[in-house]
Write a protein that binds this ligand. Structure first.
Ligand code: BGC
Length: 436
């Protein structure tokens, strides 16, 4: 019988924490694209981001809880619609609020990585055509500048844009997210404008921080990467469509955003001078969730595979396959900026965490960070409050936070720098995925 090692040690440089996005946790009625989408009745369980985790009020409690769970890092987003609710009018109080929050998280010994754009736009920007119009990019860059100046030496790590492919495909191809459009040409245009927005934001952040006399700037964008496989590997057309889908959904975009080679823009990095790096990311940010099968240019899920509560395949070795794709483009440190699963009763999340962390630990890639998605169960976009991804349970009525077994497991991993037999037996042995 094969002897499978249960134990693993985290890589020496690996730090562990969680990730979140402002719209998904903060609560409050803002004039934003997702609040509007909810008002228009598109959230399947009828909820809205107005409630979420009430985190804008309960941020101290959440930061303390992160400290209690021994988290070492935290990725958090700022809400553009809160910082610039009206075009050109910046809310200093909101910026001061985020500063207080970041200082408080840091005081718990947790390092903060800030996401500047995570799917949601202020309504005024949405109404101007958002990232469908190239000229709107300047509004985003002005917002980036405002935040970076306000955070000065407090924050040195930024994600400019989260998952441009998911934003573009859901909003402009499937039409299931705001603004609900369904055109391939629009989708490609949005992807290319988001790439430009990233390139400009990347340089802007570096230049501003150099001007402020600050070094150690670390900037990237969050790649959402999936493993794509042909549904029938013996069929040439399935093999071809899997490769094409991968290229259109993620391969092309990663290259554009890392190398800065856009049609009509030449090689942007050739123009960079002095202290500004040559490429457009200082580390790779990987968001990984699942693998998909492809047939006739249609996305699918492998039959008889292990799945989570949203029907996504659970495929742990894919996290290393995707990290490798980024590393092969440019050999930089890799941060897993999101990885997690919808497990509504927390019956297999520890196993999921265990298998993904083990795969990362056993790979020979320079994987330096792991941000689990997510900390508290939160507003899961069109699924609203119905899909739970957190290591902390939320009672949405009372806003009571309760650490789940998976939260205890992650704390044990941090304290032990990995998993030993005792931790394995306590947390993992009894867990099983549900096959659907
Ligand atoms: C997004 C998160 C989302 C998670 C789970 C990621 O693609 O960045 O905002 O909650 O997936 O669906």
């Amino acid at each position: 019988m094969m002897n499978i090692m249960k134990e693993f040690k985290l890589k020496k440089e690996m730090l562990i924490g969680t990730a979140s996005a402002a719209t998904q946790i903060e609560g409050g009625v803002l004039d934003s694209s997702w609040m509007d989408w909810a008002k228009r009745g598109y959230i399947t369980d009828g909820t809205s981001p107005a409630r979420a985790n009430d985190h804008y009020r309960l941020w101290e409690e959440d930061a303390r809880l992160m400290g209690e769970l021994k988290m070492q890092i935290c990725r958090l987003g700022v809400e553009w619609a809160r910082i610039e609710p009206v075009q050109g009018n910046f809310c200093e109080e909101a910026l001061a609020h985020y500063r207080r929050e970041i200082e408080f998280i840091q005081a718990q010994g947790i390092k903060v990585l800030v996401t500047l754009h995570h799917f949601t736009n202020p309504m005024w920007f949405e109404q101007r055509g958002a990232f469908e119009k190239k000229k709107n990019i300047t509004f985003f860059i002005r917002f980036v500048e405002k935040v970076v100046l306000a955070f000065d030496s407090l924050v040195n790590e930024y994600i400019t844009i989260n998952e441009p492919n998911v934003y573009a495909v859901n909003g402009y191809y499937f039409g299931s997210w705001p603004p609900g459009k369904k055109k391939l040409s629009g989708t490609l245009k949005v992807m290319s404008n988001l790439s430009k927005a990233h390139l400009l934001a990347y340089r802007k952040i570096h230049v501003l921080r150099i001007q402020m006399g600050l070094s150690d700037t670390m900037v990237s964008f969050a790649n959402h990467l999936r493993v794509f496989v042909p549904e029938n590997p013996d069929k040439l057309s399935d093999r071809f469509s899997a490769r094409l889908m991968e290229y259109l959904f993620q391969g092309r975009l990663s290259k554009l955003m890392i190398y800065g080679r856009l049609r009509g823009w030449g090689k942007l990095h050739a123009k960079t001078k002095g202290a500004i790096p040559k490429y457009f990311c200082d580390f790779h940010a990987l968001n990984y969730y699942t693998r998909g099968t492809v047939t006739n240019f249609q996305d699918g899920v492998k039959k008889d595979s292990l799945k989570n509560d949203l029907g996504w395949e659970i495929y742990p070795s894919g996290i290393v396959e995707c990290a490798k794709k980024l590393y092969d483009l440019l050999p930089l440190p890799i941060y897993v900026t999101e990885n997690g699963t919808c497990d509504n009763d927390d019956s297999f999340r520890s196993l999921y965490l265990y298998e993904h962390l083990k795969a990362l630990s056993e790979s020979n890639l320079p994987i330096e960070r792991y941000y689990h998605w997510c900390f508290c169960d939160n507003f899961e976009w069109v699924e609203g409050e119905s899909a739970r991804f957190g290591i902390v349970h939320i009672d949405y009525e009372t806003q009571k936070r309760t650490i789940k077994k998976s939260g205890e497991f992650l704390r044990a991993v941090v304290l032990n720098s990995g998993v030993d037999t005792e931790i394995y037996e306590q947390f993992i042995e009894g867990e099983r995925y549900r096959r659907k």
